[in-house]
Design a protein around this ligand. Structure first.
Ligand code: ACO
Length: 323
C-alpha cells in the first residue's frame, strides 16, 4: 500500500503585526478582554496588494526548498482558502503559475477553518490510489479583507498567513507504525450556516461581503465536534490518547484548544499553540503550527500527531499523521 508522507513544510506570515492595543484604537475593545477570552495577543496583516496567492507561493516555495524538490515534479496543488484572490480561477492555479509549474493539476478546496484538513484528505486520496505521487497542500488566507472592522466581536479574532506541506506517496507495510497520514475524517452539517458565514458572494449579492459570526454558538459546537473528531480518529487507528505525541489543532481560541488537550489527557507542552501570535488564520492555522513546531525541533521523526479542526459550514475533521 501507499501512504502520503510529509517531505517538506513551509510557512509565510506578512510582515505587519497588529497588537491588541492597536486594535483597541480602532474599536471598543482591550488587550485584557481579547487575551482573557481568546488567548490572542497579536495577528499578522497582509500588506496592500499582497494577495492570498502571494502568501501561498511563499509557503510552497519554502516547502519545496526544504524537500529539495522542483516545482515541476509536483503533480497536484490543493489550496485550502476561503479568501481566494478572485471568484475564479482557483487561487491554486495562480500558485501553480508563480511556482513555474506547467504540469499536473491545481484546484482550491473551500471548508473555511477546516480547509487544511480537507485539503490533506483530498491529496491523501489522490496519493493512495496512485493518481499523483507528489502533492502540495497549502492553506492560505487573507481574512483581514473580509472582516468588518467595525464589529469588535469578530475583527479581533483573525489574522493572515499561509502554511504548506509537501506530500509524497511512499510504499509502506500498512500498519500504524509507518510514517505518513494514517487517516483523515471529514464532516459537515450545513444546517449551521447562520452561525458563521460571509454575507456576500458572486451569486447572492455580487459583492465580497463580510464575516458574520455568532461566537457563542460556534464555540459550543467547536468543542463538541472537535472532540468527536478526536474520538473517531483514535478509534479508527486503534489508538488510545496516550499514543498521541502532539495535538496540532486549528487555532481559533486557546480555550477550545485547552478543552481538546484535556480530552486527550495531553499536557499543554504537547499541544502546538500559535493562536497567541497568529490569531485565527483559518485554513492556514494548522500548517503554520506544523511548520513552527517542525522548524524549532519539537516534532521528531516517527512521532504521532493528531490534527483537529472546525470551521464555517459547519465543517470539521481530523487527521492522524506519523511525522
Ligand atoms: N472587546 C470587548 N468586548 C467585546 C468584544 C471585544 N472584542 N467582543 C465582544 N465583546 C462583548 C460583547 O459585546 C458582550 O457584551 P455584552 O455582554 O454587554 O453584550 C460580551 O463581550 C460577551 O460577548 P460574547 O460574544 O458572549 O463573548 P464570549 O465569551 O462568547 O467570547 C468569542 C466571544 C471570543 C468570539 C468566543 O465566543 C469564541 O471564541 N467563539 C468561537 C469563535 C471561533 O472559534 N470562530 C472561528 C471558527 S472557525 C471559522 O471557520 C472561521
Amino acid at each position: 500500500p501507499l501512504r502520503a508522507q510529509v517531505i517538506g513544510h513551509g510557512a509565510y506570515l506578512p510582515e505587519t503585526i497588529w497588537t491588541n492595543d492597536e486594535l483597541a484604537r480602532k474599536v471598543e475593545t482591550s488587550d485584557d478582554w481579547i487575551v482573557k477570552r481568546t488567548g490572542i495577543r497579536q495577528r499578522h496583516i497582509a500588506a496592500e496588494g499582497e494577495l492570498t496567492s502571494d502568501l501561498a507561493v511563499a509557503a510552497c516555495r519554502q516547502a519545496l526548498e526544504r524537500a529539495g524538490v522542483s516545482a515541476n515534479s509536483v503533480d497536484l496543488i490543493v489550496c485550502a482558502t476561503a479568501t481566494p484572490d478572485e471568484t475564479f480561477p482557483a487561487t491554486a492555479t495562480r500558485v501553480q503559475a508563480q511556482l513555474g509549474m506547467t504540469r499536473g493539476a491545481a484546484f482550491d478546496v473551500q471548508a473555511v477553518c477546516s480547509g487544511f484538513v480537507y485539503g490533506l484528505a483530498v491529496a491523501d486520496n489522490f496519493l493512495r490510489v496512485g493518481q499523483a505521487k507528489t502533492a502540495l497542500v497549502v492553506g492560505a488566507e487573507t481574512f483581514s479583507r473580509i472582516l468588518d472592522w467595525n464589529d469588535r466581536g469578530t475583527c479581533v479574532l483573525f489574522g493572515d498567513g499561509a502554511g504548506a506541506v509537501l506530500l509524497r506517496a511512499q510504499g509502506c507495510n500498512g500498519g500504524n507504525g509507518d510514517r505518513g497520514l494514517l487517516s483523515t475524517h471529514l464532516y459537515s452539517d450545513g444546517r449551521h450556516h447562520d452561525a458563521l458565514y460571509v454575507d456576500g458572494g458572486p451569486s447572492s449579492t455580487q459583492t465580497t461581503g463580510y464575516l458574520r459570526m455568532e461566537g457563542r454558538e460556534v464555540f459550543r459546537h467547536a468543542v463538541v465536534r472537535m472532540s468527536e473528531a478526536i474520538d473517531t480518529a483514535l478509534e479508527a487507528n486503534d489508538l488510545t490518547p496516550g499514543d498521541i505525541d502532539w495535538l496540532v489543532p486549528h487555532q481559533a481560541n486557546v480555550r477550545i484548544i485547552e478543552a481538546m488537550a484535556k480530552r486527550l489527557n495531553l499536557p499543554m507542552e504537547r499541544v502546538v499553540v500559535t493562536v497567541d501570535r497568529h490569531a485565527n488564520t483559518s485554513a492556514a492555522s494548522i500548517p503554520l503550527a506544523l511548520d513552527e513546531a517542525a522548524s524549532d525541533g519539537r516534532l521528531q521523526a516517527n512521532e504521532l500527531l493528531l490534527l483537529d479542526a472546525m470551521g464555517g459550514g459547519f465543517t470539521w475533521g481530523s487527521a492522524v499523521l506519523r511525522w
